[in-house]
Each structure stands twice: as structure tokens, then as C-alpha cells.
Design a protein around this ligand. Structure first.
Ligand SMILES: Cc1cc2nc3c(=O)[nH]c(=O)nc-3n(C[C@H](O)[C@H](O)[C@H](O)COP(=O)(O)OP(=O)(O)OC[C@H]3O[C@@H](n4cnc5c(N)ncnc54)[C@H](O)[C@@H]3O)c2cc1C
Length: 302
């Protein structure tokens, strides 16, 4: 038997920092909101999240639980702990189908599904991701400071990252992993006592996610405690693309194009959080979500 379709003002795909912030602003405007979330936040590989005022050092799970309880205190919010498997235009709005086969319609759609990271195919790296192989010194650098630290070169941005890290450690090595580094940059890094190790990286030696060394294809072993790298990333749900929203190239993969109010190129669809910004963190995602919620609310006024 077909399930009953429930209608809302706004449906939000992703109930984490950006999606829950959008839901909070919409709930405070007394709008009906359906939030869908399957609990796979981007920071779930780390034991602790840092930098979010009032929640510094909490686990990602605890942060999500606190955010959810703020939002579900409002009677007009329905939180569905399930995936959205399909979204299609439906009259002036959208129709969403969940993994459980339930259908929800909404006049507006906010995409807050975050990004999925793909690491370089290097043995041992996955086990360390979010622990001692990390992307952001502002998130992890304080706890991992003053240790022998490497940067795995992914592209030009890694040259900026390795110099930035001087404020966290003076034992820095750049692993070029087959990328070119211009002579003047090599001189600049040498002047800053940053060692450069050329050649492809074969593996990361680790125990329980603690980096111990980077091993080059030629067999050389460089002992280390910490490795920074940028990951390639792509939207964690396909709906921006399938609904025809414009995308743009970011430094590490595609982002959804939005205007300053987080409106995508498709009328009625907003996108927010990591989906739309190359430099990402929880605070930026929450702020983006608040703005998307406000903009979405204003678009509902007659
Ligand atoms: C390892 C690691 C550690 C990090 N540590 C920090 C830190 O310490 N401090 C910091 O400020 N930032 C940190 N970040 C960055 C931070 O995780 C992101 O900036 C932030 O999570 C982005 O929030 P978001 O709401 O845009 O997306 P996310 O938090 O990734 O949430 C997206 C949500 O959408 C849901 N979702 C996706 N697709 C669907 C679907 N089809 N149906 C239903 N639900 C769906 C997911 O389950 C997920 O819960 C870290 C990132 C990584 C990779």
C-alpha cells in the first residue's frame, strides 16, 4: 500500500552543523521542517572536534546530539534518522523518498549533505585519517603540536599548508609524492628549514591510527608522528547534480555554486555548509546554515 505523503515548508537533507542550523532558524520562524540525516558527518573519524565555541573538545557524536536536541525541541521540526534516496521536482516544490520508502513533499529544499573525502591510495593512510593524518591545523594542530610532522603534497595548496604549520612545529617535511616544486619555492622552504623529500610515497606505517613513518617507493623510511594532507572531495549526496544545480571547481573537487544567500542556480533549492565552500569547518557550516535558513524563510513569504 502506498505510504501517506507528508507536506512541509522545507525539507533539509543533512542534519549536522549546517542542516541543523538552517532548521533552527526556520523553526524559530514557525515553519514546518523535515530534516533527514543518516549520521555520517565528515568529522566522524576524529575522537574530538575543536574550535566550535561552547563545544570545543566534544566528540562529533556528542556535538550532533546537542544540535539535534536544540532543534527537535521545536514542535514544527520532524527529524528522520534515515537516508534520502531520491528527490524530484513536484509542482512548485519537491518530493523526497527515503530509504524506508516514505515520501515527503516540501516547498523548498536545502542541501546540507556535506562532502565525502577520498584519500590518496596509500597503504596505511585510511587508518590514520582524523587521528594523526589530518587536513586542518586549526582543528587538530594544537593537540598534535611540536612533533615531527609531514605534509603529503596534493597540489599547490600543500605548499601554503606546510608553511602555515610552522606555528605548530619546527620539524616539518614536505613529501612531494611526484608533484613538481619550483626552484624558488624550494629555496624558500629551505630558508624556513622545511625539508623536502622527493619521490612517490608507497605507504604509511602506523599502529592503531598513530602515524610512525612515511615509506617511499624506493624503500626510504622517514619517521614521523603527524601527516597533513588535503583530500579529494565530492558531494556526499548526488541531488545537486541530478536536480540540475550548477557546480564549480574547488581546489579539491566540485562544489555547489550558490549566491550570497545560499540559493543555488535552481529556484527553490539552497545549498550550505561544506557543499559550498573550499575552506570548511563546523563554525563556517553552522553560520552558512543559519543564513540559508533565513534566506529560505524569506523566500516563503507571500
Ligand atoms: C577528519 C575530520 C575532522 C574534522 N575536525 C574538525 C574540527 O575539529 N573542527 C571543525 O571545525 N571542523 C572539523 N572538520 C570539518 C567538519 O567536519 C565539517 O566542516 C562539517 O562537518 C561540515 O558540516 P556540514 O553540516 O556541511 O556537513 P556534515 O557535518 O558532513 O554533515 C552532513 C550530514 O548529511 C548527512 N547526509 C548525507 N547524505 C545524506 C542523504 N542522502 N540522506 C540523509 N542524510 C544524508 C550525513 O549523514 C551527515 O550527517 C573535520 C573534518 C574531517 C574530515
Amino acid at each position: 500500500m502506498a505510504q501517506k505523503t507528508i507536506s512541509h515548508d522545507v525539507a533539509i537533507i543533512g542534519g549536522s552543523f549546517s542542516g541543523l542550523s538552517a532548521a533552527l532558524y526556520l523553526a524559530r520562524a514557525r515553519r514546518t521542517v523535515a530534516v533527514f540525516d543518516h549520521g555520517r558527518t565528515r568529522n566522524r573519524f576524529s575522537a574530538h572536534g575543536h574550535g566550535f565555541l561552547g563545544m570545543d573538545g566534544l566528540s562529533p557524536d556528542e556535538m550532533r546530539i546537542r544540535g539535534r536536541s536544540d532543534v527537535t525541541a521545536y514542535p514544527t521540526v520532524d527529524l528522520h534518522e534515515t537516508s534520502v534516496d531520491a528527490v524530484e521536482p513536484d509542482g512548485d516544490g519537491f518530493r523526497l523518498t527515503t530509504g524506508a520508502g516514505a515520501a515527503v513533499t516540501a516547498r523548498r529544499l536545502i542541501l546540507a549533505c556535506g562532502m565525502r573525502d577520498t584519500l590518496p591510495p596509500i597503504d596505511g593512510l585510511d587508518a590514520c585519517w582524523g587521528k594523526t593524518a589530518v587536513h586542518c591545523p586549526y582543528c587538530h594542530g594544537y593537540e598534535l603540536a611540536d612533533r615531527p610532522t609531514g605534509v603529503l603534497m596534493i597540489g599547490e595548496a600543500s605548499l601554503h599548508q606546510v608553511q602555515l604549520l610552522q606555528d605548530w612545529t619546527d620539524r616539518l617535511t614536505l613529501f612531494t609524492n611526484g608533484h613538481e616544486v619550483a626552484d624558488d619555492m624550494r629555496s624558500e622552504l629551505a630558508r624556513k628549514a622545511i625539508e623536502i623529500v622527493d619521490g612517490p610515497v608507497a605507504s604509511v606505517e602506523q599502529t592503531d591510527g598513530a602515524v610512525e613513518a612515511v615509506v617511499l617507493a624506493g624503500g626510504r623510511r622517514v619517521p614521523l608522528d603527524v601527516l597533513y594532507l588535503g583530500s579529494q572531495s565530492a558531494p556526499a549526496c548526488p541531488f545537486a547534480e541530478t536536480l540540475g544545480c550548477a557546480l564549480e571547481d574547488g581546489p579539491f573537487g566540485s562544489l555547489v555554486s550558490v549566491d550570497e544567500m545560499f540559493q543555488t542556480s535552481v529556484s527553490g533549492i539552497y545549498a550550505t555548509g561544506d557543499l559550498v565552500r573550499p575552506m570548511f569547518n563546523t563554525v563556517f557550516a553552522a553560520a552558512d546554515g543559519a543564513m540559508a535558513g533565513v534566506a529560505c524563510h524569506r523566500s516563503l513569504l507571500q
